[in-house]
Design a protein around this ligand. Structure first.
Ligand code: 3HC
Length: 284
């Protein structure tokens, strides 16, 4: 199957990153969200990244204009009707995702592949709700999408091998390395990474050290590129809490018990960089 036009649903952190890398790879992209303001925020971030690349001499004015020309936006999902592949990157809530997949099944052409960027939910469950399970697959990107090289490709129970092959091909087109993972909560990366981040929140809550010292310790003592609490802020503490709660429920193992410090940040609305405050203050 040839992929030339893709849809991205959700203009948030992950969605705008996916739209950016696809547009850079020469694909036509339609970026959809429920509110114009969300689209504007997402587009602003994409253009900011291209402006930075322009300043660094990594791209030319012409390239920037061509990339921008590859993206159109809409608040109307019916604009996705003629896409070869649609990537869903909305809120990490399985019921909302299932509802969206049902709607996308009615909107998209029968041959369109619908991919989910879920951080760890069951692809089979989302696919079953869609009414086209053979054409649904997980494509799990990492934040920041323009920088991180991996995409996990996850087939559900009914996903066809053609759909998996098309998802792998899409990753190749956009310059990412795809690794196929079996369906299991968190797949590969989040299965290992999220418990580590949750443990860092437990350590912080227990007063083991300050946020800055916990992060410094992991950077200097384990050569991590970024400390775990700064990474929580980068990913979004709300996203991590939802994933941790899902792990706790799905595995039934107390080792996945969400840290109180994580819950408190979410309850306070301090979700990380995207709200200006998380474990660190980004407002200044
Ligand atoms: N968008 C686009 N580009 C970005 C960026 C962003 N948000 N943040 C950084 N960059 C680019 C910079 O422009 C710079 O590019 P250059 O090499 O062309 O100059 C390059 O990345 C390095 O950035 P900096 O020098 O500013 O800072 P660092 O060297 O500290 O790198 C980082 C920043 C890439 C975020 C690095 O800290 C890192 O790799 N952290 C780990 C990220 C990670 O683990 N992500 C996975 C999270 S889990 C996930 O997403 C799954 C989800 O389901 C929960």
């Amino acid at each position: 199957m040839s992929i030339s036009k893709i849809g991205v649903v959700g203009a948030g952190t992950m969605g705008n990153g996916i739209a950016q890398v696809a547009a850079q790879a020469g694909l036509k992209v339609i970026l959809v969200d429920i509110e114009q303001s969300f689209i504007e925020k997402g587009m602003k971030n994409i253009v900011k990244n291209w402006d930075k690349d322009l300043k660094k001499g990594k791209i030319s004015e012409e390239q920037k204009a061509a990339f921008e020309g590859n993206i159109t936006t809409s608040v109307d999902k019916s604009a996705l009707s003629d896409c070869d592949l649609v990537v869903e990157a909305i809120i990490e809530n399985i019921d909302i995702k299932k509802q969206l997949f049902k709607e996308l099944n009615d909107i998209c052409a029968p041959e369109t592949i619908i991919a989910t960027n879920t951080s760890g939910f069951s692809i089979t469950e989302i696919a079953a709700a869609s009414g086209r399970p053979a054409k649904v697959v997980g494509t799990h990107f990492f934040n920041p999408v323009p920088v991180m090289r991996l995409v996990e490709v996850i087939p559900g129970e009914e996903t066809s091998r053609e759909t998996v092959a098309a998802a792998m091909e899409f990753c190749k087109i956009i310059g990412k390395t795809a690794i196929e993972a079996k369906e299991a909560p968190g797949f590969i990366v989040n299965r290992l990474l999220v418990p580590y981040l949750n443990d860092a929140c437990h350590a912080f809550g227990e007063g083991v050290a300050s946020a800055k010292d916990i992060d410094e310790a992991m950077k200097l003592g384990a050569n991590m590129p970024i400390g775990p609490l700064a990474l929580c802020d980068l990913v979004g503490i709300d996203v991590l809490l939802m994933v941790t709660e899902y792990f706790f429920k799905e595995f039934g193992d107390p080792k996945f018990r969400p840290a109180l410090a994580m819950k408190q940040k979410v309850r306070a609305g301090h979700l990380g960089g995207k709200t200006g405050k998380g474990f660190y203050d980004y407002s200044k």
